[in-house]
Design a protein around this ligand. Structure first.
Ligand code: ADP
Ligand code: UDP
Length: 242
């Protein structure tokens, strides 16, 4: 599959057209950003680690019945995906209170959330991704009520699957963000699942193994991502078959 013109370039990934209008190539770059692009850096190997990690997670979700855009690894830093009509909404599930939830509601950091809670955010950097509710999504036509129901149930399903996966590696899935898009009449999980878009703590020590290491200047960011991959048995060195 030939890599064509760049369709768009986000803060951490670039998306390219291919000769097949239904397929894209997604390139994971080493760029890292936080606080809506205010803090930026380049972290060697991050693109490669995230690309392979994302492929592992998407494959795992597919085996558990979650429909995703993922097709195949194309190179160390690139994956082939289905081209989606993205819904401009971020779906967040939280098992433990931290981050923006604590800032907004003044709740204790580290509090277990039983049941887990769910939030929608509008994907808009200029507005700093404001929190929105289902009425906003309906009134502004960002998604249909059926799509809203499906995004919520699929995000909770992903939570159940991945909590178990990370628990087996001694890690706690604290929270994460998903994005969905339309492919024909189907709603598919798009974008990525990597330590850039979730929070993972070592279950015993609560050591942070995710992008909070970058946000909080803790260092060892890519090393932590590699540790997560190692604990799940992701082979970061396997040659990509063309
Ligand atoms: P951001 O837009 O937040 O800076 P990225 O750097 O990760 O994020 O850019 C990737 C972009 O590609 C995002 O805007 C995301 O919504 C979009 N995207 C992810 N998966 C697909 C897909 N399958 N089809 C079309 N666009 C996608
Ligand atoms: N998240 C993300 N992209 C965003 C906003 C949030 O991937 O634009 C993820 C973030 O990594 C965390 C979860 O969603 O795993 C909840 O983030 P939160 O609302 O606490 O935001 P933050 O504290 O990072 O501002």
């Amino acid at each position: 599959m030939e890599k064509g013109q760049e369709l768009y370039s986000g803060k951490a990934k670039s998306v390219f057209l291919t000769q097949d209008p239904a397929q894209l190539i997604m390139e994971f770059r080493d760029d890292t950003s936080a606080f809506d692009g205010e803090k930026m850096d380049q972290l060697a190997r991050k693109g490669m680690v995230n690309n392979r990690f994302n492929a592992f997670i998407m494959d795992h979700l597919e085996t558990k019945g979650v429909a995703t855009h993922f097709e195949r690894l194309r190179s160390d830093t690139e994956s082939q995906v289905k081209r989606l009509d993205m819904i401009p909404v971020e779906c967040v599930v939280r098992n433990i209170a931290t981050g923006s939830l604590c800032r907004r509601l003044g709740v204790e950091d580290g509090l277990d959330l039983v049941p887990p809670t769910f939030e929608f955010f509008l994907k808009n950097d200029e507005l700093h991704d404001p929190m929105i509710n289902e009425y906003h999504i309906a009134s502004f036509g960002w998604a249909t009520p059926e799509e809203v129901t499906s995004m919520k149930s699929q995000t909770f399903r992903v939570n159940e699957i991945l909590r178990a996966l990370f628990a087996a590696g001694g890690m706690t899935l604290v929270d994460f963000k998903l994005e969905f898009g339309r492919f024909g009449g189907q709603l598919l999980l798009g974008d990525e699942f990597t330590p850039d878009g979730c929070r993972l703590w070592d279950t015993d020590t609560r050591k942070k193994l995710d992008k909070d290491r970058f946000r909080q200047g803790l260092g060892g960011v890519v090393e932590a991502y590699e540790e997560v991959a190692l604990r799940l048995g992701v082979d970061l060195t396997k040659p990509v078959s063309s």
